[in-house]
Design a protein around this ligand. Sequence first.
Ligand SMILES: *Cc1c(COP(=O)(O)O)cnc(C)c1O
Length: 404
Amino acid sequence: MTSAAPQSVPDSRGRYGPFGGRYVPETLVAPLEELERAYAEARADQSFQKELDDLFHNFAGRPTPLQFASRLTAQLAGPRIYLKREDLLHTGAHKINNALGQGLLALRMGKKRIIAETGAGQHGVATAAVAARLGLSCTIYMGTEDMERQRLNVFRMRLLGAEVTGVDSGSRTLKDAINEAMRDWVTNVRTSHYLLGSVLGAHPYPQIVRDFQKIIGEEAREQILRAEGRLPDHLFACVGGGSNAIGLFHAFLGDAKVKMLGVEAGGRGKSLGEHAARLAAAEGFAGARPGVLQGTYTYLLQTADGQISTTHSVSAGLDYPGVGPEHAWLAERGRVEYTAAGDGEAVEAARTLARIEGIVPALESAHAVAELIRRAPKMGKDEVVVLNLSGRGDKDMEILSRYV
Ligand SMILES: *Cc1c(COP(=O)(O)O)cnc(C)c1O
Protein backbone atom coordinates (compact mmCIF):
# COMPACT_ATOMS: atom_id res chain seq x y z
CA MET A 1 0.00 0.00 0.00
CA THR A 2 1.58 3.29 -0.99
CA SER A 3 1.07 6.49 0.93
CA ALA A 4 -1.87 8.54 -0.30
CA ALA A 5 -0.90 11.96 -1.64
CA PRO A 6 -0.29 14.34 1.26
CA GLN A 7 -2.46 17.44 1.48
CA SER A 8 -1.17 20.33 -0.59
CA VAL A 9 -1.26 22.72 2.34
CA PRO A 10 -0.18 25.34 3.11
CA ASP A 11 -0.84 27.41 -0.03
CA SER A 12 1.78 29.84 -1.34
CA ARG A 13 0.84 32.42 1.32
CA GLY A 14 1.23 29.93 4.13
CA ARG A 15 -2.53 29.46 4.60
CA TYR A 16 -4.31 26.37 5.85
CA GLY A 17 -7.80 27.32 4.72
CA PRO A 18 -8.38 30.62 6.54
CA PHE A 19 -5.68 29.89 9.15
CA GLY A 20 -1.94 30.48 9.27
CA GLY A 21 -0.36 33.23 7.18
CA ARG A 22 2.21 35.81 8.19
CA TYR A 23 1.13 38.57 10.59
CA VAL A 24 4.42 40.22 11.48
CA PRO A 25 6.04 43.66 11.70
CA GLU A 26 7.80 44.93 8.58
CA THR A 27 11.25 44.09 10.00
CA LEU A 28 10.47 40.37 9.98
CA VAL A 29 9.14 40.07 6.43
CA ALA A 30 12.56 39.87 4.76
CA PRO A 31 14.02 37.31 7.21
CA LEU A 32 10.94 35.10 6.83
CA GLU A 33 11.18 35.31 3.05
CA GLU A 34 14.87 34.40 3.22
CA LEU A 35 14.01 31.41 5.41
CA GLU A 36 11.26 30.35 3.01
CA ARG A 37 13.66 30.44 0.04
CA ALA A 38 16.42 28.60 1.89
CA TYR A 39 13.99 25.93 3.03
CA ALA A 40 12.59 25.41 -0.48
CA GLU A 41 16.15 24.86 -1.75
CA ALA A 42 17.09 22.53 1.11
CA ARG A 43 13.95 20.50 0.61
CA ALA A 44 14.83 19.86 -3.03
CA ASP A 45 18.45 18.98 -2.20
CA GLN A 46 19.12 15.29 -1.66
CA SER A 47 22.37 15.93 0.18
CA PHE A 48 20.45 17.93 2.82
CA GLN A 49 18.05 15.05 3.38
CA LYS A 50 20.94 12.60 3.50
CA GLU A 51 22.73 14.61 6.16
CA LEU A 52 19.53 14.90 8.17
CA ASP A 53 18.88 11.15 7.90
CA ASP A 54 22.39 10.48 9.18
CA LEU A 55 21.85 12.73 12.22
CA PHE A 56 18.39 11.23 12.84
CA HIS A 57 19.94 7.78 12.86
CA ASN A 58 23.30 8.23 14.58
CA PHE A 59 22.70 11.20 16.88
CA ALA A 60 19.00 11.07 17.75
CA GLY A 61 18.34 7.32 17.57
CA ARG A 62 15.89 6.94 14.69
CA PRO A 63 13.97 4.94 13.68
CA THR A 64 12.11 4.71 16.97
CA PRO A 65 10.32 1.40 17.66
CA LEU A 66 6.59 0.84 17.21
CA GLN A 67 5.95 -1.33 20.24
CA PHE A 68 2.94 -3.60 20.62
CA ALA A 69 1.68 -2.81 24.15
CA SER A 70 0.49 -6.32 24.88
CA ARG A 71 -0.20 -5.87 28.58
CA LEU A 72 -2.10 -2.61 28.18
CA THR A 73 -4.06 -4.22 25.34
CA ALA A 74 -4.99 -7.17 27.57
CA GLN A 75 -5.85 -4.95 30.54
CA LEU A 76 -8.18 -2.64 28.59
CA ALA A 77 -9.77 -5.53 26.68
CA GLY A 78 -10.30 -3.25 23.69
CA PRO A 79 -8.23 -2.53 20.55
CA ARG A 80 -4.72 -3.71 19.76
CA ILE A 81 -2.49 -0.89 21.02
CA TYR A 82 0.85 0.13 19.52
CA LEU A 83 3.10 2.81 21.00
CA LYS A 84 5.34 4.93 18.77
CA ARG A 85 8.34 5.31 21.06
CA GLU A 86 9.50 8.90 20.50
CA ASP A 87 10.32 8.89 24.22
CA LEU A 88 13.43 6.85 23.38
CA LEU A 89 15.01 9.64 21.35
CA HIS A 90 18.10 11.57 22.47
CA THR A 91 17.12 14.35 24.93
CA GLY A 92 13.88 12.53 25.68
CA ALA A 93 11.25 13.64 23.19
CA HIS A 94 10.31 14.25 19.56
CA LYS A 95 11.59 17.86 19.76
CA ILE A 96 15.07 16.78 18.62
CA ASN A 97 13.68 15.94 15.12
CA ASN A 98 12.81 19.56 14.45
CA ALA A 99 15.86 20.98 16.21
CA LEU A 100 18.14 18.89 13.98
CA GLY A 101 16.32 19.92 10.80
CA GLN A 102 16.41 23.61 11.60
CA GLY A 103 20.00 23.41 12.88
CA LEU A 104 21.10 22.03 9.50
CA LEU A 105 19.06 24.71 7.77
CA ALA A 106 20.83 27.41 9.82
CA LEU A 107 24.23 26.00 8.77
CA ARG A 108 23.11 26.04 5.16
CA MET A 109 22.08 29.69 5.45
CA GLY A 110 25.53 30.52 6.85
CA LYS A 111 24.12 31.47 10.25
CA LYS A 112 26.44 30.59 13.09
CA ARG A 113 24.14 31.43 15.96
CA ILE A 114 20.84 29.90 17.15
CA ILE A 115 18.21 31.76 19.15
CA ALA A 116 15.37 29.90 20.86
CA GLU A 117 12.97 30.34 23.72
CA THR A 118 11.81 27.68 26.10
CA GLY A 119 9.12 27.27 28.75
CA ALA A 120 9.78 24.08 30.68
CA GLY A 121 13.15 23.69 29.01
CA GLN A 122 12.57 20.65 26.80
CA HIS A 123 12.86 22.55 23.52
CA GLY A 124 15.81 24.47 24.98
CA VAL A 125 17.65 21.27 25.85
CA ALA A 126 17.05 19.73 22.39
CA THR A 127 18.18 22.97 20.72
CA ALA A 128 21.29 23.29 22.92
CA ALA A 129 22.29 19.70 22.13
CA VAL A 130 21.87 20.23 18.40
CA ALA A 131 23.78 23.54 18.47
CA ALA A 132 26.67 21.81 20.23
CA ARG A 133 26.66 18.91 17.76
CA LEU A 134 26.67 21.27 14.77
CA GLY A 135 29.18 23.75 16.22
CA LEU A 136 26.73 26.66 16.43
CA SER A 137 26.52 29.13 19.28
CA CYS A 138 23.21 29.18 21.09
CA THR A 139 21.22 31.66 23.17
CA ILE A 140 18.09 30.44 24.93
CA TYR A 141 15.57 32.88 26.41
CA MET A 142 13.64 31.71 29.43
CA GLY A 143 11.36 33.52 31.89
CA THR A 144 12.99 33.80 35.33
CA GLU A 145 9.92 32.20 36.89
CA ASP A 146 10.38 29.18 34.59
CA MET A 147 14.13 29.12 35.32
CA GLU A 148 13.36 28.83 38.99
CA ARG A 149 10.90 25.97 38.39
CA GLN A 150 13.16 24.10 35.95
CA ARG A 151 16.60 24.47 37.48
CA LEU A 152 17.87 21.11 36.23
CA ASN A 153 17.06 21.93 32.61
CA VAL A 154 18.77 25.32 32.95
CA PHE A 155 21.86 23.51 34.19
CA ARG A 156 21.61 20.96 31.36
CA MET A 157 21.42 23.68 28.69
CA ARG A 158 24.45 25.46 30.17
CA LEU A 159 26.36 22.18 30.35
CA LEU A 160 25.65 21.80 26.62
CA GLY A 161 27.29 25.17 26.04
CA ALA A 162 24.19 27.31 25.59
CA GLU A 163 23.82 30.77 27.06
CA VAL A 164 20.57 30.88 29.02
CA THR A 165 19.23 34.42 29.33
CA GLY A 166 16.63 35.09 32.00
CA VAL A 167 13.65 37.30 31.08
CA ASP A 168 12.39 39.34 33.99
CA SER A 169 9.48 41.20 32.36
CA GLY A 170 5.73 40.52 32.43
CA SER A 171 4.73 37.18 33.93
CA ARG A 172 8.38 36.01 33.59
CA THR A 173 7.26 32.93 31.65
CA LEU A 174 7.16 31.60 28.07
CA LYS A 175 5.36 34.45 26.32
CA ASP A 176 7.79 37.02 27.71
CA ALA A 177 10.69 34.82 26.63
CA ILE A 178 9.22 34.68 23.09
CA ASN A 179 9.09 38.49 22.95
CA GLU A 180 12.77 38.77 23.96
CA ALA A 181 13.83 36.08 21.48
CA MET A 182 11.99 37.94 18.67
CA ARG A 183 13.72 41.20 19.66
CA ASP A 184 17.10 39.46 19.48
CA TRP A 185 16.27 37.96 16.08
CA VAL A 186 15.26 41.31 14.58
CA THR A 187 18.54 42.84 15.79
CA ASN A 188 20.83 39.95 14.77
CA VAL A 189 19.05 38.42 11.81
CA ARG A 190 22.15 38.44 9.55
CA THR A 191 24.05 36.09 11.85
CA SER A 192 21.26 34.26 13.69
CA HIS A 193 18.52 31.71 13.04
CA TYR A 194 15.44 31.68 15.22
CA LEU A 195 14.71 28.01 15.98
CA LEU A 196 10.98 27.75 16.68
CA GLY A 197 9.92 24.64 18.56
CA SER A 198 6.40 23.74 17.38
CA VAL A 199 4.05 24.14 14.40
CA LEU A 200 3.35 27.74 15.40
CA GLY A 201 4.39 31.22 14.36
CA ALA A 202 4.43 32.95 10.99
CA HIS A 203 4.78 31.15 7.66
CA PRO A 204 6.99 29.21 6.86
CA TYR A 205 7.54 27.91 10.42
CA PRO A 206 4.42 25.70 10.74
CA GLN A 207 5.30 23.97 7.47
CA ILE A 208 9.01 23.59 8.25
CA VAL A 209 8.38 22.10 11.69
CA ARG A 210 5.71 19.73 10.32
CA ASP A 211 8.05 18.55 7.57
CA PHE A 212 10.83 17.79 10.07
CA GLN A 213 8.37 15.91 12.32
CA LYS A 214 6.51 13.94 9.64
CA ILE A 215 9.17 11.20 9.89
CA ILE A 216 7.19 9.97 12.93
CA GLY A 217 4.16 9.01 10.83
CA GLU A 218 6.20 7.84 7.85
CA GLU A 219 7.99 5.32 10.06
CA ALA A 220 4.82 4.35 11.93
CA ARG A 221 2.99 3.70 8.66
CA GLU A 222 5.65 1.28 7.46
CA GLN A 223 5.95 -0.34 10.87
CA ILE A 224 2.23 -0.95 11.36
CA LEU A 225 1.90 -2.35 7.82
CA ARG A 226 4.69 -4.78 8.67
CA ALA A 227 3.18 -5.70 12.06
CA GLU A 228 -0.53 -5.90 11.16
CA GLY A 229 -0.57 -6.03 7.39
CA ARG A 230 -2.96 -3.09 7.32
CA LEU A 231 -3.38 0.54 8.30
CA PRO A 232 -4.46 1.46 11.84
CA ASP A 233 -8.07 2.41 12.62
CA HIS A 234 -7.10 5.19 15.05
CA LEU A 235 -4.19 7.51 15.75
CA PHE A 236 -3.84 9.18 19.16
CA ALA A 237 -1.53 12.09 20.04
CA CYS A 238 -1.41 14.94 22.53
CA VAL A 239 -1.60 18.51 21.19
CA GLY A 240 0.34 21.43 22.65
CA GLY A 241 1.43 23.53 19.69
CA GLY A 242 0.73 20.38 17.72
CA SER A 243 4.08 19.22 16.32
CA ASN A 244 4.18 15.63 17.56
CA ALA A 245 0.53 15.15 16.56
CA ILE A 246 0.89 16.48 13.02
CA GLY A 247 4.17 14.55 12.81
CA LEU A 248 2.23 11.32 13.35
CA PHE A 249 -0.90 12.32 11.38
CA HIS A 250 0.65 13.76 8.23
CA ALA A 251 1.51 10.48 6.48
CA PHE A 252 -2.05 9.21 7.05
CA LEU A 253 -4.10 12.31 6.14
CA GLY A 254 -4.92 10.90 2.72
CA ASP A 255 -6.20 7.62 4.20
CA ALA A 256 -9.87 8.40 4.77
CA LYS A 257 -10.43 5.34 6.95
CA VAL A 258 -7.76 6.25 9.51
CA LYS A 259 -9.44 8.22 12.32
CA MET A 260 -7.30 10.73 14.20
CA LEU A 261 -7.64 12.10 17.67
CA GLY A 262 -5.77 15.08 19.12
CA VAL A 263 -5.84 15.35 22.92
CA GLU A 264 -5.42 18.78 24.51
CA ALA A 265 -4.98 19.75 28.16
CA GLY A 266 -8.29 19.77 30.02
CA GLY A 267 -6.43 21.10 33.08
CA ARG A 268 -8.58 21.34 36.21
CA GLY A 269 -11.82 22.76 34.81
CA LYS A 270 -13.75 24.08 31.83
CA SER A 271 -13.79 27.79 32.67
CA LEU A 272 -11.32 30.14 31.01
CA GLY A 273 -7.90 30.07 32.68
CA GLU A 274 -8.30 26.52 33.99
CA HIS A 275 -7.41 24.59 30.83
CA ALA A 276 -5.58 24.76 27.49
CA ALA A 277 -8.29 23.25 25.23
CA ARG A 278 -8.36 25.40 22.10
CA LEU A 279 -10.08 23.00 19.71
CA ALA A 280 -12.24 20.88 22.05
CA ALA A 281 -14.81 23.67 22.53
CA ALA A 282 -17.64 21.25 21.66
CA GLU A 283 -17.00 19.67 25.04
CA GLY A 284 -17.73 22.91 26.85
CA PHE A 285 -14.23 24.34 27.35
CA ALA A 286 -14.62 28.12 27.42
CA GLY A 287 -12.81 30.87 25.58
CA ALA A 288 -11.50 29.62 22.22
CA ARG A 289 -11.92 31.88 19.19
CA PRO A 290 -9.78 32.56 16.12
CA GLY A 291 -7.35 35.45 16.36
CA VAL A 292 -3.74 36.44 15.72
CA LEU A 293 -0.92 35.50 18.08
CA GLN A 294 2.81 35.44 17.41
CA GLY A 295 2.48 35.83 13.66
CA THR A 296 -0.28 33.38 12.83
CA TYR A 297 -4.10 33.31 12.62
CA THR A 298 -5.48 30.38 14.60
CA TYR A 299 -7.70 29.33 17.49
CA LEU A 300 -6.70 31.10 20.72
CA LEU A 301 -7.93 31.15 24.27
CA GLN A 302 -9.02 34.72 24.87
CA THR A 303 -11.21 36.84 27.11
CA ALA A 304 -14.47 38.43 25.89
CA ASP A 305 -12.57 41.63 24.97
CA GLY A 306 -9.86 39.77 23.06
CA GLN A 307 -7.01 39.62 25.59
CA ILE A 308 -4.99 36.40 25.48
CA SER A 309 -6.04 34.30 28.45
CA THR A 310 -3.86 32.56 30.97
CA THR A 311 -3.97 28.75 30.70
CA HIS A 312 -3.41 25.84 33.02
CA SER A 313 -2.09 22.31 32.62
CA VAL A 314 -0.13 19.94 34.80
CA SER A 315 2.14 19.48 31.76
CA ALA A 316 4.14 22.53 30.67
CA GLY A 317 4.32 21.35 27.06
CA LEU A 318 0.54 21.58 26.59
CA ASP A 319 0.09 24.81 28.55
CA TYR A 320 -0.20 27.37 25.74
CA PRO A 321 -3.08 29.64 24.57
CA GLY A 322 -2.64 28.98 20.82
CA VAL A 323 -2.53 25.92 18.58
CA GLY A 324 -0.88 25.30 15.21
CA PRO A 325 -2.91 26.71 12.27
CA GLU A 326 -2.95 23.37 10.43
CA HIS A 327 -4.73 21.81 13.41
CA ALA A 328 -7.30 24.63 13.38
CA TRP A 329 -7.97 23.78 9.72
CA LEU A 330 -8.10 19.99 10.33
CA ALA A 331 -10.55 20.62 13.19
CA GLU A 332 -12.76 22.91 11.14
CA ARG A 333 -12.93 20.35 8.33
CA GLY A 334 -13.65 17.56 10.78
CA ARG A 335 -10.70 15.49 9.51
CA VAL A 336 -9.23 15.22 13.00
CA GLU A 337 -11.27 15.04 16.20
CA TYR A 338 -10.01 17.06 19.17
CA THR A 339 -10.78 16.36 22.78
CA ALA A 340 -9.19 17.05 26.17
CA ALA A 341 -8.01 15.06 29.19
CA GLY A 342 -7.61 16.62 32.63
CA ASP A 343 -4.62 16.89 34.99
CA GLY A 344 -5.76 14.07 37.25
CA GLU A 345 -6.56 11.71 34.38
CA ALA A 346 -3.15 12.34 32.84
CA VAL A 347 -1.31 11.62 36.09
CA GLU A 348 -3.38 8.46 36.58
CA ALA A 349 -2.63 7.36 33.00
CA ALA A 350 1.11 7.92 33.54
CA ARG A 351 0.95 5.64 36.59
CA THR A 352 -0.98 3.00 34.67
CA LEU A 353 1.50 2.92 31.79
CA ALA A 354 4.41 2.82 34.24
CA ARG A 355 3.03 -0.21 36.07
CA ILE A 356 1.64 -2.13 33.13
CA GLU A 357 4.19 -1.48 30.40
CA GLY A 358 7.26 -0.35 32.34
CA ILE A 359 7.26 3.06 30.65
CA VAL A 360 6.92 6.38 32.50
CA PRO A 361 5.60 8.73 29.82
CA ALA A 362 5.94 12.51 29.75
CA LEU A 363 2.83 14.09 31.28
CA GLU A 364 2.07 15.58 27.85
CA SER A 365 1.97 12.13 26.24
CA ALA A 366 0.00 10.82 29.24
CA HIS A 367 -2.96 12.97 28.10
CA ALA A 368 -3.23 10.83 24.97
CA VAL A 369 -2.89 7.67 27.05
CA ALA A 370 -5.70 8.89 29.35
CA GLU A 371 -8.07 9.38 26.43
CA LEU A 372 -7.21 5.95 25.07
CA ILE A 373 -7.93 4.36 28.45
CA ARG A 374 -11.30 6.15 28.46
CA ARG A 375 -12.27 5.04 24.95
CA ALA A 376 -10.72 1.59 24.67
CA PRO A 377 -13.55 -0.34 26.37
CA LYS A 378 -15.97 0.87 23.67
CA MET A 379 -13.69 -0.11 20.81
CA GLY A 380 -13.61 -3.48 19.04
CA LYS A 381 -10.95 -6.13 19.72
CA ASP A 382 -10.04 -6.24 16.05
CA GLU A 383 -9.37 -2.50 15.90
CA VAL A 384 -5.79 -1.19 15.80
CA VAL A 385 -4.55 1.94 17.57
CA VAL A 386 -1.24 3.76 17.18
CA LEU A 387 -0.50 6.18 20.01
CA ASN A 388 2.38 8.62 19.86
CA LEU A 389 4.44 8.51 23.04
CA SER A 390 5.98 11.93 22.43
CA GLY A 391 8.40 11.95 25.35
CA ARG A 392 9.61 10.32 28.54
CA GLY A 393 8.60 11.27 32.06
CA ASP A 394 12.02 11.77 33.68
CA LYS A 395 11.46 15.54 33.65
CA ASP A 396 8.14 15.15 35.48
CA MET A 397 9.26 13.25 38.59
CA GLU A 398 8.81 16.22 40.91
CA ILE A 399 5.26 16.89 39.74
CA LEU A 400 4.38 13.20 39.76
CA SER A 401 5.74 12.75 43.28
CA ARG A 402 3.51 15.59 44.47
CA TYR A 403 0.39 13.90 43.03
CA VAL A 404 1.10 10.25 43.78
C1 LIG B 1 6.81 19.95 23.99
C2 LIG B 1 6.17 18.65 24.15
C3 LIG B 1 4.84 18.40 23.67
C4 LIG B 1 3.98 19.47 23.09
O1 LIG B 1 4.41 20.01 21.89
P1 LIG B 1 3.75 19.63 20.49
O2 LIG B 1 4.32 20.63 19.57
O3 LIG B 1 2.27 19.73 20.64
O4 LIG B 1 4.17 18.25 20.16
C5 LIG B 1 4.33 17.12 23.79
N1 LIG B 1 5.04 16.12 24.35
C6 LIG B 1 6.29 16.31 24.82
C7 LIG B 1 7.01 15.17 25.43
C8 LIG B 1 6.89 17.57 24.74
O5 LIG B 1 8.14 17.75 25.22
